[in-house]
Design a binder for this molecule. Structure first.
Ligand SMILES: Nc1ncnc2c1ncn2[C@@H]1O[C@H](COP(=O)(O)OS(=O)(=O)O)[C@@H](OP(=O)(O)O)[C@H]1O
Length: 361
């Protein structure tokens, strides 16, 4: 299968087509000329597009001691962002990635909720963003020997412009890699509803979650069903393109495509994650330049089977039809956008159209 050979072939092909000898580019890590960190003795590279190629040279488990990802300001920021979509398997993918030797995630302070290690919520939480670059970088100080520093905050999908401005200002924009997993919108919305419902009914969880720091994922009111939630809240969010319109993917992707080179962005399919996790994993490995995992933890398809009062596993056909009508044009727009702007070689082409889940009458 081409996917199985993708990572190595891609690395070798790119390295030679861009004039990098394989051994040297494996050593080259992202560093910017303004940076003056005493711990780094490797090459100083300007912030040019070639850096993207250089940074793909890292090999899982081969994170050298000099493998520091430094920004122009001398601070460590993530060089890999998994920006969503919310409820599209980002936790499973982040846990897999963070289990590899070459990767490093955030750490938490004070009484921040534990899941802030996976999702740092810097760009999407105003009060955290206002604390500035040092606040963000402090969470990654322990990553100074990692090739890949990862923040997997699903709500970053909405914040392309802010994120690009930040990296443009402090360095690293051209070597940043962004991944986004897309899930059929109605099932994504149902999953989000269930998540909010679970948190709303689970008082123990709520009291554990730090109210001040963690923005809670709760229902605005105690809806009795997905139908009611759709009618009273979701339709309005979607038709007004509110900040909760997470499933209007093309709107967000257009912004990402404007601020980054298309090859810096990998669009992945949730359907593939659940039906063929090995191929999904190979794509991510190829994109990041990780060698296919060597006995390390691998990505597995594992649905959340937790049950709680009020959980709904399929929507009513009436509600599904209502949402299908709303998503029809945005989905078409998404397929056209992805066809028009093809991504890195390991991305699925054409991007598979979403399959609607079963419903009940
Ligand atoms: N490994 C794996 N394979 C396939 N599917 C998985 C996997 N892990 C989680 N899931 C399903 O993904 C949904 C949760 O997505 P996220 O982790 O992105 O949620 S969150 O945004 O971080 O809250 C949630 O979907 P629903 O079960 O439909 O709610 C999970 O079941």
């Amino acid at each position: 299968m081409w996917q199985n050979n993708l990572s190595l072939g891609f690395l070798i092909g790119l390295s030679f087509s861009f004039g990098f000898g394989l051994p040297s580019f494996l050593k080259n890590l992202v560093l910017f000329k303004e940076c003056n960190m005493p711990t780094y003795n490797g090459p100083v590279i300007d912030d040019t597009p070639q850096l993207w190629i250089a940074s793909t040279g890292a090999v899982a488990g081969d994170a050298s001691q000099e493998g520091v990802v430094l920004s122009r300001s001398g601070l460590i920021f993530p060089n890999v962002l998994l920006v969503g979509s919310q409820k599209a398997g980002t936790t499973a993918v982040a846990f897999w990635l963070l289990s590899l030797h070459a990767t490093c995630g955030g750490r938490t302070f004070d009484n921040e909720p534990g899941y802030f290690k996976k999702e740092v919520h810097f760009f999407d939480h105003e009060e955290r963003f206002r604390l500035g670059k040092e606040f963000y970088a402090r969470r990654f100080e322990q990553c100074n020997s990692s090739d890949f520093v990862i923040d997997a905050t699903p709500k970053y999908a909405h914040h392309a412009i802010r994120i690009a401005d930040f990296y443009r200002q402090y360095g690293g924009l051209l070597s940043l890699k962004v991944m986004m997993i897309l899930r059929e919108p109605i099932s994504r919305e149902l999953s989000a509803y269930n998540h909010k419902k679970a948190n709303s009914v689970n008082l123990a969880y709520m009291s554990k979650t730090n109210n001040h720091v963690g923005r809670k994922f709760l229902l605005k009111k105690n809806y009795t069903s997905f139908d009611e939630y759709v009618d009273e809240e979701l339709v309005l969010d979607l038709t007004t393109n509110s900040r909760n319109a997470h499933s209007l993917y093309s709107t967000h992707l257009r912004q990402w495509f404007d601020v980054l080179q298309r090859d810096q962005i990998m669009i992945l399919s949730y359907h593939e994650l659940i039906t063929d996790p090995v191929t999904f994993q190979r794509r991510v490995e190829g994109f990041l330049g990780l060698s296919p995992e060597r006995g390390e933890y691998s990505l597995k398809s594992k649905k959340n089977e937790k049950s709680f009062p009020g959980k709904e596993v399929i929507p009513s056909c009436l509600t599904q039809k209502k949402l299908a009508d709303i998503f029809q044009l945005p989905n078409k727009d998404l397929y056209a956008l992805l066809a028009q702007k093809p991504g890195p070689p390991m991305e699925q082409k054409p991007f598979p159209e979403f399959e609607v889940m079963p419903c009940y009458d």
